[in-house]
Design a protein around this ligand. Structure first.
Ligand SMILES: N[C@@H](Cc1c[nH]c[nH+]1)C(=O)O
Length: 396
């Protein structure tokens, strides 16, 4: 293939039909999110590697890096949470907490291999900063639910875990933090076979191996929480479960518990999570289309310590899930007005009149169209201002 048609790894064009659909879905979600009192924010694509690049806690090899004219290393933002933490600690530092913000921006995460994985994608997300209560986590999960509903996705489910529970269980059983890290990595990759094999190789008692295996069964409704309490004994672990019990009550009050499942095997994709973590699944997608959680230690890196929680929805994945569900979705396609030079005035006036009425109109001189049949095919309605010698349907 000639180089002029190639694109860098992971870069993808969005053609008009998908772009329009994406904009529409985004509009529904923005409207929904504004109804919850969140305000929009935008930050630049480039940030300093030393600050935001590091705080984003995305693996280094996934960062796109470049140098500015002073020789400082910059990164294309891999995440919006860290840039927003920077803004809240600087230009918005006088704003009282809690703060509620939302965004929809392109993010960049370099891919190592070919295989259709995007290195640039749009993410719609929210951050609720300055509320350390479970009510904030409940609100974030409920808002994620209503955003996914507003997008038309059905059914979908959210899996919710607590990173402190898993860490506490590992601390009770495993001394070497590197081993715990390796186990977390297996769970993060959802490589459950690898996890089981690694556990079996550990030099610990059979009873402890069995406890690590049982972690994998901690998935389901709220009854999982009772089992979780008998599996781990430390107060840290019990504290985490108490959080989840509180959260469950709040989710019931918010009326969203039917889409939520507890999953204590969840490891957030990003290192900054310190509490509740979650992922959203829908359609026939085998991977999460949304994720998020609580990150209470990120803002202090920017000098304004505050608890925080939020989510991000990957628009490309959401659209893929929606297409699986909603094949043949009909877009709001424009009406075509065809005209010839003689009837130009009538045609242009009619186009204006209809556009002023809120209709979408394409107005096209028939003399510039080489193949009328091929061209008119994609329009649900065609209005002709021609003298009849040219072809084309007319419903004038
Ligand atoms: N920034 C996270 C999502 C998130 C927002 N807030 C908390 N988590 C991500 O890109 O996956």
């Amino acid at each position: 293939m000639p180089l002029m048609f190639e694109k860098p790894l992971g870069m993808i064009d969005t053609l008009p039909a998908l772009y329009e659909r994406a904009r529409e879905v985004r509009r529904y979600m923005e409207q929904e999110t504004k109804n919850w009192g969140y305000r929009p924010i935008q930050t630049p694509s480039l940030e300093y590697y030393e600050t935001v690049g590091n705080a984003s806690a995305i693996r280094d090899e996934q960062l796109f890096k470049l140098l500015d004219r002073e020789g400082q290393t910059l990164v294309l933002r891999p995440d919006m949470t860290a840039p927003i933490a920077r803004v809240i600690s600087s230009s918005m530092k006088e704003e009282p907490l809690p703060l509620r913000l939302f965004y929809c921006n392109a993010l960049y995460r370099a891919q190592q291999h070919e295989g259709g994985r995007r290195a640039e994608f749009d993410q719609f997300g929210i951050e609720l900063v300055g509320d350390d209560s479970m009510n904030a986590d409940g609100e974030v999960l409920a808002l994620l639910t209503s955003n996914l509903r507003a997008s038309g996705l059905s059914p979908f489910r959210l899996a919710v875990g607590h990173i402190k529970y898993m860490n506490a269980l590992f601390e009770e059983i495993i001394e070497d933090s590197k081993i715990a890290e390796a186990l977390r990595r297996y769970l993060y990759e959802k490589n459950f076979v690898g996890y089981r094999q690694r556990v079996d190789q550990l030099e610990i008692s059979e009873a402890d191996k069995s406890r690590l295996h049982q972690l994998q069964r901690l998935r389901g409704g709220p009854e999982v929480l009772d089992r979780a309490k008998t599996l781990a004994h430390s107060s840290k672990a019990h504290h985490a479960i108490n959080d989840l019990e509180d959260l469950w009550e709040i989710l019931k009050d918010l009326g969203v518990q039917d889409v939520i499942q507890i999953d204590l095997n969840l490891v957030g994709q990003i290192d900054y999570y310190t509490g509740i973590v979650f992922e959203g699944y829908g359609g026939a997608l085998g991977f999460p289309l949304a994720s998020g959680g609580r990150y209470d230690e990120l803002l202090e890196k920017f000098g304004r310590p505050a608890s925080a929680t939020g989510f991000g929805i990957r628009l490309d994945r959401l659209l893929e899930a929606l297409n699986h569900i909603n094949e043949g979705y009909s877009q709001n396609r424009p009406t075509l007005i065809l005209f010839n030079k003689k009837r130009q005035q009538e045609a242009l006036q009619e186009a204006n009149r209809r556009r002023n009425n809120g209709e979408a109109i394409v107005v096209q001189n028939i003399e510039s169209v080489p193949d009328i049949d091929a061209f008119t095919e994609k329009y649900p309605e065609v209005v002709s201002f021609t003298d009849g010698s040219e072809r084309g349907s007319s419903d004038e």
